[in-house]
Design a protein around this ligand. Structure first.
Ligand SMILES: [Zn+2]
Length: 78
């Protein structure tokens, strides 16, 4: 999972697809049991890394670009 360093929201993002991307850009996401996001873009599933996020994901909450850090809720429980 990914947390915005600016507004602290978790996994609130939109993808910026390349302007020359040819597909429809249908995008969905789910979380696996290791708290990793699995993205699905037009049927292609992958686990984004931090580098991908900081290049392609915009915070839906505050609009920040490139402000993501990894976040694992299991390690944050008290
Ligand atoms: Zn944010």
């Amino acid at each position: 999972m990914f947390k915005c360093k600016n507004c602290k929201s978790v996994d609130k993002f939109e993808l910026m697809l390349s302007p020359d991307y040819q597909g429809k850009g249908n995008f969905s996401q789910k979380i696996n049991d290791r708290d990793e996001i699995i993205m699905n873009v037009d049927g292609y599933e992958f686990v984004p890394d931090l580098d991908f996020m900081n290049n392609h994901a915009v915070c839906r909450y505050c609009g920040s670009i490139g402000k993501w850090e990894c976040f694992y809720p299991k390690f944050h429980k008290k």
